[in-house]
Design a binder for this molecule. Sequence first.
Ligand SMILES: CC(C)(COP(=O)(O)OP(=O)(O)OC[C@H]1O[C@@H](n2cnc3c(N)ncnc32)[C@H](O)[C@@H]1OP(=O)(O)O)[C@@H](O)C(=O)NCCC(=O)NCCS
Length: 189
Amino acid sequence: MSTYFTPVLTTERLVLRPLKTDDAAGLFAIFSDPAVVRFWSAEAWTDISFAETAIARALEGYRDETDIHFAVELVRGGQLIGTVKLHHFFNQNHRCELGYAVASAHWGKGYASEAIEAALDHGFREVGLNRVEADIDPRNEASGRVLEKLGFRKEGYMPQRWLVHGQYADTVNYGLLRSYWDERKAVRG
Ligand SMILES: CC(C)(COP(=O)(O)OP(=O)(O)OC[C@H]1O[C@@H](n2cnc3c(N)ncnc32)[C@H](O)[C@@H]1OP(=O)(O)O)[C@@H](O)C(=O)NCCC(=O)NCCS
């Protein structure tokens, strides 16, 4: 098993790279949008200091190689449009969790699918993961669609797991095994 180093990955339209200090304004623009945190048990950021704290934590994660945390930027123009994170690694079990967000102005263009695909490919092929888990609010249909397009399977349902903006919210548990990933890649080439 490798350590959890965050490399630079390139896809057709995106660059996935480590966050850096001067991403604070770009990150704040994404996570200060209530639409982005609509299904999260956290409020939208109200001050740039939230972004600075998040970046400081990411930099610690890079230093300690505990999380693979990508900033996602457009190849064309270099704008920061989202983040993808492989985190909560269980080294012994070759397993981790997946988190992601895309700025709402860029939804529906396939960017989440493209970025997450690159991150997962890195996780299965380079890091040696066997299983990736995601849990989402069942009302978050775009997120469920992204996971299912990438080959994740629904594995469970946990009622009232989170308190989301003052209301209990359910969770759908999704899982992706390396064997599903390899099969999907073999079919698609
Ligand atoms: C979930 C999220 C990352 C998707 O980003 P995106 O770049 O728009 O995703 P993509 O364009 O790759 O794919 C979205 C898919 O969902 C579909 N979709 C969008 N809205 C939908 C809805 N209301 N119902 C059903 N499907 C929907 C799109 O049509 C697309 O599927 P398709 O390729 O088959 O047409 C984005 O909405 C987001 O950042 N949301 C807020 C943060 C979040 O919820 N993160 C994940 C959960 S922790």
